[in-house]
Design a protein around this ligand. Structure first.
Ligand code: CP
Length: 311
């Protein structure tokens, strides 16, 4: 596999060119083939050591990165803040510099502070991948979401209408998805209660809707998001029951539009709140495809950033 990204780190979707995204998707296609073959491992990152630094809870992203790294034969160290010396008052920079002194080449980091990865990138020499920074960005989730839709539509999302529904205000996935979909030529609408949509969304070139049924009638694909209660310092909705009545995706709502659209969700899903069980488990649900594609996309990102690709 040949090719080079225009960036040293993956901090934000904003930094990627459409050519970078295309290269990541082409590389992911190759890795997806390998992941579905009897021997799922390649020696590409045999001499590379990667630390997964997770300062926030994660199931999908943490396991997906670890699996991607192991499939590429990297040496992998998993670090969680709760069992580390961070709880004794060590700074982020001191923690990372101590890890780098042990000859770590790449750092995958999830952190509750928006911009934490950008901050580190100015102070350390290792390659950095943002695995989610507070309410700011989740670039590998956006890449795998766009990759899943690209595959669903047979090669391109250009000209498609994509709705992102839910807690836009607190969602790093919403922001990264918006950036990548627009970069690849899709039209985006964000939908949710007014309290969960930031006031300046139209200035970034997307539609805004407060009506889920109208939005479903408009879009070619819908991405559902959970309510991020852990990031809310006040009540933004009267109750989860009220929210679900207004913005929960049900089979009845999907049937009303009279055509089948793909339904995505980055997880974790809250069944019966933003998505019904019938919809989450329906054939048009892409939720587990997203998880499967996540490993191939993260392998592609790690492989390309490690600089082992020729050309
Ligand atoms: N989609 C996502 O980031 O899930 P996790 O929080 O489980 O990693």
């Amino acid at each position: 596999m040949k090719g080079k990204l225009s960036v040293k780190h993956l901090l934000s979707i904003r930094d990627l060119t459409p050519e970078d995204v295309e290269l990541i998707f082409k590389t992911a296609d190759n890795f997806k083939g390998i992941l579905n073959a009897p021997i799922k491992k390649v020696p590409s990152l045999r001499d590379i050591t990667i630390v997964n630094l997770f300062f926030e809870n994660s199931t999908r992203t943490r396991v997906s990165f670890e699996l991607a790294e192991k499939r590429l034969s990297a040496d992998v160290i998993n670090f969680s803040s709760s069992s580390s010396s961070v709880s004794k008052g060590e700074s982020l920079l001191d923690t990372v510099n101590n890890l780098l002194a042990m000859k770590v080449d790449m750092v995958v980091m999830r952190h509750p502070a928006p911009g934490a990865c950008q901050y580190l990138s100015h102070h350390i020499p290792a390659i950095l991948i943002n695995a989610g920074d507070g309410t700011h960005e989740h670039p590998t989730q956006a890449l795998l979401d766009a990759y899943t839709l690209t595959q669903y539509w047979g090669g391109s999302i250009r000209g498609k209408k994509i709705a992102i529904v839910g807690d836009i205000r607190h969602s790093r996935v919403a922001f990264s998805d918006l950036l990548i979909f627009q970069k690849l030529g899709a039209e985006v609408c964000v939908c949710g209660p007014g309290t969960l949509i930031p006031p300046d969304m139209t200035s970034v070139g997307c539609k805004v809707s407060y009506d889920l049924d109208e939005t479903l009638a408009w879009c070619d694909a819908v991405i559902m998001l959970r309510i991020q209660l852990e990031r809310q310092d006040t009540a933004y909705i009267p109750s989860l029951r009220d929210y679900s009545l207004g913005y929960g995706l049900t089979r009845d709502r999907l049937q009303k539009i009279g055509r089948e659209i793909p339904v995505l969700h980055p997880g974790p899903i809250n069944r019966g709140v933003e998505i019904s069980s019938e919809v989450a488990d329906a054939p048009q649900s892409q939720i587990l495809n997203q998880v499967e594609n996540g490993v191939a996309v993260r392998m592609a990102v790690l492989y390309l950033l490690a600089g082992v690709a020729g050309g």
